[in-house]
Design a protein around this ligand. Structure first.
Ligand SMILES: Nc1ncnc2c1ncn2[C@@H]1O[C@H](COP(=O)(O)OP(=O)(O)O)[C@@H](O)[C@H]1O
Ligand code: SF4
Ligand SMILES: [Mg+2]
Length: 331
């Protein structure tokens, strides 16, 4: 992996506004993704993973949502400043996203071929014939048999796993530098899930596409990613290499998450899960957001907001006072 960041997110804040006020679903998040790097973003449901990916794609419904502040730099260009027209050029061409349920992003009324060639022609000036050939090639690349026949089929004629492969083909058809996959395998059964993940890993190796893999499944992260970001209630609470996070997790929440991973060797679910729920964003203004569920919570935890501390390990950060060694902070 080279160190050139493809994506740099700086102090990104995305909020939803209602009569109850502002809910900061993504609250000043900063991270970067290198060329060809696969980064995992994990955290329980509601912690802001999808809002973050939709912010990068500039697909936050406004209103009620809004990117309030911060920067999203894709190869140096701040996406936050772009017009909708300019952003449409970026989507697909430079950054593409795969969603959890492919049926919602495929139009049931058009054939696969129609949708795939449209997507290709939207970004590349190709004849219909060339775009069709490129579509077939992409379906083959994602391991779909009978690619040519499939071009004239409709989404409902395919299985869930095949539809997800079509979505991946569509997302990759314009060679984006960055692919955001938001829980791309959650709706699929385990065997298909494994196939899709190994496909993404192959594509990353072959095409050097950087990938942000969003999941609540740490097993997927261990298999696919180099770095991990752990989110909690709209904030990054720990960041490090997969090795650092799995071998030596520092944040009490990460420790709990790892203990909740089903033990594959023993082939049984571990029963431990972290008691309590993620607080609604915006409800905790002072103190650590994890305090109500943390067995190590002490007085300071309810009186100050913990910054992201550097650990003694390179590029390993943790937002917890237990790791306050007198100052070195990352934000
Ligand atoms: N359309 C919306 N309107 C209002 N609030 C929203 C909307 N979408 C998300 N949110 C808020 O953002 C938070 C994070 O949601 P989301 O990013 O979807 O979580 P995750 O993907 O991690 O499960 C939610 O808890 C909710 O408070
Ligand atoms: S800052 Fe305090 S409450 Fe928060 S995780 Fe650390 S010990 Fe627990
Ligand atoms: Mg989500």
């Amino acid at each position: 992996m080279s160190q050139t960041p493809v994506l740099e997110v700086k102090k990104l804040k995305t909020s939803f506004f209602s009569s109850d006020g502002e809910v900061p679903a993504v609250d000043e998040i900063s991270f970067s993704v290198g060329e060809g790097e696969v980064i995992g973003i994990v955290g329980e449901s509601g912690c802001g993973k999808s809002v973050m990916s939709l912010s990068i794609m500039r697909l936050i419904p406004q209103p009620p949502g809004k990117i309030v502040s911060g920067e999203i730099r894709l190869k140096g260009v701040n996406l936050v400043d772009l017009s909708e027209k300019e952003m449409r050029q970026k989507r697909g061409n430079d950054v593409a996203m795969i969603f959890q349920e492919p049926m919602t992003s495929l139009n049931p009324l058009f054939t696969i071929g129609n949708q795939l060639t449209e997507a290709i022609r939207l970004h590349k000036k190709l004849s219909k014939k060339t775009a069709f050939a490129r579509g077939v090639e992409m379906l083959q690349l994602v391991g779909l048999p009978r690619a040519k026949e499939m071009m004239s089929e409709y989404p409902h004629q395919l299985s869930g796993g095949m539809r997800q492969r079509v979505m991946i083909a569509m997302a990759l058809s314009c060679d984006p530098q960055l692919l955001i996959a938001d829980e791309p395998t959650t709706a699929l059964d385990v065997t298909i899930q494994a196939q899709i993940l190994s496909l993404m890993s192959d594509l990353n190796r072959k095409l050097k596409t950087s990938i942000i893999m969003i999941t609540h499944d740490l097993g997927i992260v261990a298999e696919l990613c180099e770095r991990v970001i752990v989110m909690y209630a709209g904030k990054i609470i720990e960041e490090g290499s997969v090795e650092q996070i799995f071998r030596n997790p520092r944040h009490p929440y990460t420790v709990g998450l790892l203990q909740s991973v089903p033990d594959i060797q023993e082939k049984k679910e571990r029963l431990y899960s972290i008691p309590g729920n993620v607080p609604k964003p915006g409800t905790i203004h002072l103190g650590c957001r994890f305090a109500a569920r943390c067995e190590h919570a002490h007085e300071r935890c309810t009186q100050e907001n913990p910054p992201l501390y550097k650990t003694e390990e390179e590029r390993h950060y943790v937002r917890c006072f237990l790791h306050d060694k007198g100052g070195s902070k990352n934000d």
